[in-house]
Design a binder for this molecule. Structure first.
Ligand SMILES: C[S@@+](CC[C@H](N)C(=O)[O-])C[C@H]1O[C@@H](n2cnc3c(N)ncnc32)[C@H](O)[C@@H]1O
Length: 204
C-alpha cells in the first residue's frame, strides 16, 4: 500500500515481527520494538533522516511517546510526523494503570490550550525541541469516505469546529485519533496552526 501511495519513495518499515525473508523493491523492513529508543536511533542513524514518519505500530501511548522522542530529530525540516490511534488505551494496560496520557490529550493541550508537552517517556529537552519545531498540528480521522452520507459529513464538520475551539467532548476523541505534526522548514516559527480536517480514504 505504501509503495503504491508513495510511488517514488524509498520506504523503511519497522516492525516487531521478522520480515527479513520478504523482498520488496524500494523497501526495507527492520525488525525492532518501537519501545526500544536505542534501536530506533540506531536504525535512524543508518537510514534517516526522513521526509515522512508514520507510526502505525502497537498504538500503545507509551510506545508512541518513546518513538516520537527517538525519531523526531530524524524528521527533515518541513517533514510530517503522523501518528495513528492516538486516543486509545487497552482496558488493562500499563498506561491506564499508571495514568499515562494519550498522545491525543498531550497534543490537544499543547496545540489548542498552549500548554507544554509533558511525558514520562520524553526528556524535557526533547519536549522543548518538539514544541519549538512543530508549526502545525492537525487532528484528523483517516477513514471518512468522500462519499460519506451528508449527515455524517456535517457531523464531522461540527466536531472539527469544536476541536478547533478547544471544546471537544470525550466522544469526539475517537473521531480525531490521527495526528499529523508538521516540522518547521525554516528558523521562523511564526503562524503556529491547529487544524481539524477530515481526510478521504484514498488520501491515506
Ligand atoms: C496496524 S499494523 C500496521 C502495519 C504497518 N505499520 C502498515 O502501516 O502497514 C500494526 C503493526 O505493528 C506491529 N507492532 C506491534 N507492536 C509493535 C512494537 N512494539 N514495535 C514495533 N512494531 C509493533 C505489528 O506487528 C503490526 O504489523
Amino acid at each position: 500500500m505504501w509503495l503504491e501511495f508513495f510511488s517514488q519513495a524509498t520506504i523503511n518499515g519497522l516492525d516487531i515481527s521478522d520480515f527479513s525473508d520478504v523482498e520488496i523493491p524500494r523497501a526495507t523492513i527492520f525488525q525492532a520494538d518501537q519501545s526500544d529508543a536505542r534501536r530506533l536511533t540506531e536504525i535512524a542513524e543508518e537510514v534517516g533522516p526522513f521526509d515522512i514518519i508514520i507510526d502505525d505500530g502497537s498504538h500503545a501511548s507509551a510506545h508512541q511517546q518513546v518513538t516520537l522522542g527517538a525519531l523526531f530529530p530524524y524528521l527533515k525540516p518541513g517533514g510530517l510526523y503522523v501518528i495513528e490511534d492516538t486516543h486509545w488505551q487497552p482496558e488493562r494496560s500499563v498506561e491506564r494503570r499508571e495514568g499515562i496520557e494519550t498522545m491525543l490529550t498531550i497534543f490537544k493541550r499543547f496545540s489548542i490550550y498552549g500548554e507544554s508537552i509533558k511525558s514520562p517517556y520524553l526528556s524535557d529537552e526533547r519536549c522543548r525541541e518538539i514544541e519549538q519545531n512543530v508549526v502545525r498540528c492537525t487532528f484528523s480521522h483517516p477513514f471518512v469516505d468522500e462519499n460519506a452520507r451528508p449527515q455524517k459529513r456535517s457531523m464531522i464538520r461540527d466536531i472539527s469546529r469544536r476541536v478547533l475551539k478547544g471544546k471537544s467532548r470525550q466522544s469526539d476523541q475517537r473521531l480525531f485519533k490521527l495526528i499529523i505534526l508538521e516540522k518547521k522548514a525554516m528558523e521562523d516559527r511564526s503562524g503556529f496552526e491547529t487544524t481539524a480536517v477530515q481526510m478521504t480514504c484514498d488520501a491515506v
